[in-house]
Design a protein. Sequence first.
Length: 119
Amino acid sequence: MAICACEVKLDGAPLGKVVAGKYAYADRPAGRHELLVTEVMFPGDTKREVVMDAGRTHFYLIKSSPRHDAAMGGAMLGGLAGLVVSVATAGEANPGLAELVALDEATARTKLAELQAVE
C-alpha cells in the first residue's frame, strides 16, 4: 500500500492534509455532507456522501486505493510518464486515490490514541 498525502475537505471546507500518523476532524450538524479526498498530481478524487446523525461521531479511515497504489508503483518505475500510464490503465471502479472506510467508535478511539491532529 502506497502512502498518500491526502487533502481532505468536508462540504468544500479544507480540514487539512492527512498523512500517516495524522487525523483531521470537524464538527458538523446532522444531515448530508460530502467528504472529498485529493492529492496533488493525482488525476482523480475520492468523494463520499455521508449522512450524519445528531449526537453521533462518525469515523473514517483513509486508505490508499488500488488505483493509487498502481499509479505510485508506475511512477517509481517510470517517472511522470509511468504515473500517467498507470493511472490510465489501472481500471479500478474508484477513480480516486483513497478508500474511505467507516470505523466503529471503539476501533476509531483506539486508532486515534496513536495519531496526532493535523494543523
